[in-house]
Design a protein around this ligand. Structure first.
Ligand SMILES: [Zn+2]
Length: 318
């Protein structure tokens, strides 16, 4: 167990009695973060690189991250026991293949075997949100079943049961963002209309509040406080959509805990308070819904907690 208070970054090489070192890597559309963790869960070297696009770009980025971590740790790349990689798209963990990672310009990539050929390191791959869910459950010490809702550019969820990811067939579990619920029926990139992602995501915020610029989540709360009517509409839609997402995951899974992660959690207290208040209002109207106690189970991933990379590092072992 990696305790939350051990999730400190340090420049020193971790060491433990077995000497096993694991790498956890989170490959995102623009940046790739990676850390070294020993078997006891101590964090060591870390690196952050720009992500290059396409199959070769992703392979080169991952290889460069491993080289940088080995240099900082003072070992050879092949000394790493295994590396776990979280990556967006449809991830076939059993065969180490990622498909349809559009924000990486990857159609299909045999990432695990090709990266092992280059580096000699055993590679496990995981959907990025699923990896973050595993990391969040581990670092926040959440037992039982956990629904991890990623409010990012898009909207999706990761499911963890007793510390292990619930991947679903073809690794497709958790695509709650493509559950159509919104009567405005805006088209969604998935081909449906009115999906939760069209109201509760960073891309939805941009559509409803273009004045918010490239990162509307960073300035939304201040604009709402200043009385901006468009910002208020976008915020209200986001809160209702996020609460609907919690409710959908909640009534299907009856999870022990619900965690909000992703970039939009940086909106902070107004977002969490809003979601909790919306859930409480629905619960007050419905004895059925109140039985799920979702408003009480809701938590936010603490700022700075490296759930994505730590979860990826655990993936070779879960
Ligand atoms: Zn959709």
């Amino acid at each position: 167990m990696i305790a939350a208070d051990q999730a400190q970054r340090s420049a020193t090489a971790p060491g433990d009695s077995t000497g096993k070192l694991f790498v956890g890597m989170d490959i995102g559309g623009t940046k790739t973060a990676a850390v070294v963790i020993d078997e006891a869960g101590n964090l060591g070297a870390e690196t952050l690189l720009p992500t290059a696009q396409g199959n070769d770009g992703v392979l080169n980025t991952a290889e460069q991250a491993l080289i940088a971590l080995a240099e900082q740790t003072g070992c050879a790349v092949s000394d790493f026991t295994a590396a776990g990689i979280g990556i967006p798209g449809q991830v076939d963990s059993a065969h180490g293949i990622v498909r349809y990672a559009y924000n990486l310009s990857v159609q299909s990539l045999n990432l695990a075997s090709l990266l092992k050929e280059r580096t000699g390191v055993d590679i496990a791959i995981e959907n990025d949100v699923t990896a973050a869910a595993v990391g969040a459950a581990h670092l926040m010490q959440l037992n039982g079943s956990v629904a991890y809702i990623n409010l990012g550019t898009g909207l999706s969820a990761g499911i963890v049961v007793d510390g292990k990811p619930w991947r679903g067939a073809q690794g497709l579990a958790g695509e709650v963002g493509h559950l159509p619920v919104d009567p405005r029926n805006r088209p969604c990139p998935c081909g449906q209309r009115g999906c939760l992602e069209t109201v509760a995501s960073g891309s939805a915020l941009k559509a409803y509040w273009p004045a918010g610029g490239e990162h509307p989540g960073w300035v939304l709360a201040a604009a709402v406080a200043d009385g901006d009517a468009d910002a208020k509409l976008a915020f209200d839609l986001l809160v209702e959509g996020a609460a609907s997402t919690v409710r959908a995951m909640g009534v299907v899974m009856a999870p022990d805990a619900v965690v909000i992660g992703g970039g939009l959690r940086k909106i902070g207290a107004p977002l969490l308070d809003g979601i909790r208040a919306q859930l409480a209002a629905w619960e007050a109207e419905s004895p059925f819904l109140s039985g799920f106690t979702l408003s009480q189970k809701l938590q936010v991933l603490p700022e700075g907690m490296p759930a994505a990379t730590v979860g990826a590092a655990l993936s070779p072992r879960v």
